[in-house]
Design a protein. Structure first.
Length: 286
């Protein structure tokens, strides 16, 4: 089975992440197939709008930590050790550009988020033109606490500096309702109304000529790109590799290999582990 599904539905292209057994976690193939699906929709003259969603219990749980963190060899993430920063950068930059295919596509992309869009999954969701979430869904970039830097850097472009710092200094997850109130996404609706809300928006946009949609998207994107988006993303991608090979990053990887990714993610997200000293954090410092 492909890890990304593609369906043509009149003027709408439906692109669906399809690893539901692992909460649509990102593996080596998913970014490539996502980019291919976007290209297919972009090249089809009948398609006006793309709708991106995820199969199963949520949109995307981020990178597959069972492979990249818990397994894949002692200390290894994207390559054999010792770490070659350029090999790491090349791997992650390719993935970043695959995610950014949503942004660069001539046609608009609506991302529908149910359940969660976290870590690398938030990178994907925030590259879309419009993101609509269920009110009880969650979004966040928890690896900002240790072992990650969001390579697409979309947090700052959607939120501005202070609110982006609030999210990335803590690695907190927030609900769809909070994300909409903060201005991170377009809208949040009750979960039982999510499909209808996305369909209403997609249908409304699909009635606009393709060339009109493309011109409006290009003008708005150009304004953002003139702010130095590519340079910011290059720095973020370099830093992402460094975070995974800093002393704290190595400690996170090693502990994950020892106790499993579920425990280390809980320790990271709850703030109970000191990754510098590699021991439990005293309660007074939590």
């Amino acid at each position: 089975m492909p890890v990304v599904l593609y369906e043509k539905d009149g003027r709408i292209a439906r692109i669906t992440l399809n690893r539901p057994e692992v909460m649509n976690a990102i593996n080596d193939e998913l970014p490539v197939q996502l980019s291919d699906a976007v290209a297919q929709a972009d090249e089809d003259p009948d398609i006006h709008v793309m709708v991106l969603a995820g199969n199963g219990s949520g949109f995307c749980a981020g990178y597959d930590l069972a492979y990249y963190a818990e397994g894949n060899g002692a200390g290894e993430v994207t390559q054999s050790m010792p770490w070659d920063p350029i090999k790491d950068y090349s791997f992650m930059w390719r993935n970043t550009q695959h995610f950014m295919s949503l942004w660069r596509a001539m046609k608009p992309v609506i991302c529908k988020v149910h359940g969660f869009a976290v870590a690398g999954g938030s990178d994907i969701a925030l590259c879309a033109d419009l993101t609509i979430m269920a009110e009880d869904a969650q979004i966040g970039y928890m690896p900002a606490r240790v072992w990650g830097c969001p390579t697409t850097a979309m947090w700052v472009y959607r939120l501005g500096a202070e609110k982006a710092k609030r999210m990335l200094f803590t690695g907190d997850k927030i609900t769809g309702r909070e994300a909409a109130d903060m201005g991170l996404i377009l809208d949040a609706v009750p979960s039982d109304q999510l499909d209808d809300a996305v369909e209403a928006m997609a249908s409304r946009m699909a009635s606009v000529p393709v060339n009109q949609l493309a011109m409006q998207k290009m003008v708005i994107n150009q304004a953002i790109e003139q702010m130095g988006m590519m340079q910011t993303q290059r720095l973020a991608t370099i830093f992402d590799g460094i975070t995974r090979h800093s002393p704290e990053g190595i400690n996170f990887k090693t502990r994950t290999e020892e106790v499993g990714w579920k425990q280390t993610v809980a320790e990271r997200d709850q703030g109970t582990w000191d990754w510098t000293t590699n021991q439990e954090l005293p309660k007074r410092n939590r």
